[in-house]
Ligand binder design. Sequence first.
Ligand SMILES: *[C@@H]1O[C@H](CO)[C@@H](O)[C@H](O)[C@H]1NC(C)=O
Ligand SMILES: *[C@@H]1O[C@H](CO)[C@@H](O)[C@H](O)[C@H]1NC(C)=O
Ligand SMILES: *[C@@H]1O[C@H](CO)[C@@H](O)[C@H](O)[C@H]1NC(C)=O
Ligand SMILES: *[C@@H]1O[C@H](CO)[C@@H](O)[C@H](O)[C@H]1NC(C)=O
Length: 817
Amino acid sequence: MILSSLLFILNVLFAAPSYTQTFQQTNYGYTGKYSLQSGTGPYPPDSTSLSFDVHLRSKSCVHIKIFDPSHTSYEIPDTIQQPDPAISASNPDYDITFENNGIQVKRKGSSATIFDSSCQSRAFVFAKQFIQIATTTSQDPIIHGLGERRTEFALKVPQNITVFNQDNLTPRDENLYGHHPFMIDVQPDGSCHGILFFNAYPLEVELNNGFISFRSMGGSLDFYIFTGPTIKDITQQYTDLVGKPCLVPQWSFGFHNCRWGYPSLASVQDAMERYHKANLPIDVMWFDIDYMDEKRLFTTNPTLYPPAEMKAFLEKEKAEYGVYSVSIVDPGVKIDTNYETYTSLLETGLYINESDGWTPLEGNVWPGPVIFPDFTNPAVQSWWTRQFDKFLGTVPFDGIWNDMNEIANFCNGYCDDTRQKQTFPWQSVDIYKKQIPPESMLSTGPYISSRAFYANQENIRTVDALKSLRPGLRPFVLTRSSFVGAGRVNVKWLGDDSGTYQDMKDSIAGVITSGLFGIPYTGADIGGFLFSGSPELLIRWTEMATFLYPFFRVHSCESIPAHELFRFGEPYVSISRKYLHLRQTLQSYWYTLHHVSHDTGVPMVRSLSMEFPTDAAVRRIDTQAMLGSALLVSPALAEHQREVEAYVPEGRWFDFFRYDEVKVGQPRTAKFQCELDEVVVLLRGGEVMTIQEQHNHSITFMKDTPLTVLAALNEKNEASGCVTVDDGLGDQICTTTVQFTATQSRVQFVVKNNDFKTDQTVKHITVLGLAGKKVSSVTTQPLDQNITFLFDEKRGVLDIFHTGKGWRLDEDRLFSF
Ligand SMILES: *[C@@H]1O[C@H](CO)[C@@H](O)[C@H](O)[C@H]1NC(C)=O
Ligand SMILES: *[C@@H]1O[C@H](CO)[C@@H](O)[C@H](O)[C@H]1NC(C)=O
Ligand SMILES: *[C@@H]1O[C@H](CO)[C@@H](O)[C@H](O)[C@H]1NC(C)=O
Ligand SMILES: *[C@@H]1O[C@H](CO)[C@@H](O)[C@H](O)[C@H]1NC(C)=O
């Protein structure tokens, strides 16, 4: 009581708004009110009366929403997957208190505060166009998330972070394409919690020593708070709320080639020919805006990219080489009365309007003057599907790339410079810069409140179009802009990067942070999109991406020389081939991890802190990362670098390529040789993974090639892991999952589920970590004579081979030695 009166007096002194809080218990948690007592915020008038709800949603998630009931209610569509429950979660991991005129979330059984709205480091303000709230954190906090930006994994503190999805070419530490106001706070004792500020307006998060403040240009103070306590737990809890990552077709885990600047189909054909001639596997060819007829969506240039020839070429590449194709689509529809996509959109009336809610809003993008479909209106679906129907009927692309959907605009607001710009009391960023005007109208409200999820809505419509046109097939839709929950529907890449080691390094943080947002399938443009680097950079980047990018694509823009992997002669082509083969070797592991991420939300590529939550030394590391829980990847990140100093967490480790055990003392950093054709990858003791030893033009042709089970024993001489297989293409997901365990004397296969009929077999088993042991025989149950083995006693490596077709995946099996 004394403290709260004190704060009240302080607030009056600084004239900040001061509210009193009342609350009562409900079935679902609490409800309450704030009444303004005195003071004013910086941008009056302040709301005089606010309501709040505290929903105890689940054991690990609480929803707190503070809103002004007199403001028009505003819902963000298609994002939260489960509504707030009508009753409160039983026995949650947190306690709720209402001290000092604020709301606190505390970790159950400890006094640790996760959220405290009574924090006065920044005033509590609630006005129509400015809202602000602060909460507490540790003195030297480690914070992840808050994207999209190109930056470190552990964000710099103090720092003000703008969250505003924007096509923004500035290099680092500025807001980029995605709107993800989600953060993970790692406390000094290692326990973590997550906070989603569920607000789609342009906003800012202030990170500071001891406090965090959230402010926005509108909406409500809407928070979902997750108790963790590990980062891995939080990714599961967060994706329970916003949706688990979607499954993509297996071919999309192969190698992709793209370039903006293939002036004709012949130049694409030439590039593909050179990949094939160089015996470089390739899975997906991309078509950037070059193919369009004067940049009109859903058209192809009749002379440079004749549609009939394109179709024939796509079909030939797929049949002969297993190559799939993806084409770019932008939201801007060229204003052209002789263009059916435009005239039919006009007829529907389903476009973004000016603030009058009537006049089509004109932007300017690649085709010149354009209008934009209103993807927030579900009624636009049938028009959008019709466009794809006609387009894909002519040129049967397999996947769609939704670009420019921030929405990027070449005008700053209205293209007519004489038009008045709206002013706002507070903004953390120029909201007209390369944007359409914030007052433009969509079905969900003015653009300022809808822009963040416009791309999500476009992607939902695109996926639905593909599903209805190709029933039974899993869509592949890649986006540049994204909002909370994007990963449930589509995948993403990290946008326009540059050919520098800095951008290559930052992409590691980019990928692991995207995983925290529930969008684990991502990657940066290998080699850099905007500026050229050296052939060595391209090679180093390809090596790293083999292990750390789910989305494995080379791309470059028309103003820089092309850097496809066949282009730079030896030794670069041979090294590229080695890594494209390695990518194929890793296919079943990538794809199994993809299923894990789809089922649980735990991403494929992980920070060390996700895998080693109790190791305080790894919390800021973003120059190394884990593929799954098995592979620790430490890439070279500088020109001429031939040695990497890597942190190696506690445990038993093996060289992934040579299978030798790697011993590291204290402190746990060690130097590793890495010649130009090497990347440092360690296999973690305790893990079993599958690899594929054969190679082919593309992973399409590797679907049924035999697996090798690779087991690395830990200090307790145990290891476990699994493989999941399915048809790689269909949307009816039937899987077969086999669990593998290994000890010093046996390897076991246990079929966990067996819904997908597969001919794939295991032909080879390798067990690492048997040094000092004797192996004189290997037998298997059920009995099988077709077995041989090799044991390297000195290195402790046991190889077991099937001399015939291999052991089936749908049968439990025990090997003893
Ligand atoms: C962040 O913004 C606040 C409020 O505008 C300001 O007081 C503070 O100095 C800023 N911090 C940094 C690091 O720029
Ligand atoms: C946009 O304007 C058209 C008429 O030009 C109207 O039919 C439509 O409802 C408007 N949509 C919005 C979201 O304002
Ligand atoms: C590649 O796959 C095709 C089709 O399955 C097969 O005929 C061919 O032998 C394979 N090539 C290699 C090198 O394994
Ligand atoms: C085992 O080997 C024999 C002879 O080499 C062969 O006939 C038989 O098909 C093999 N069985 C399997 C399951 O591969």
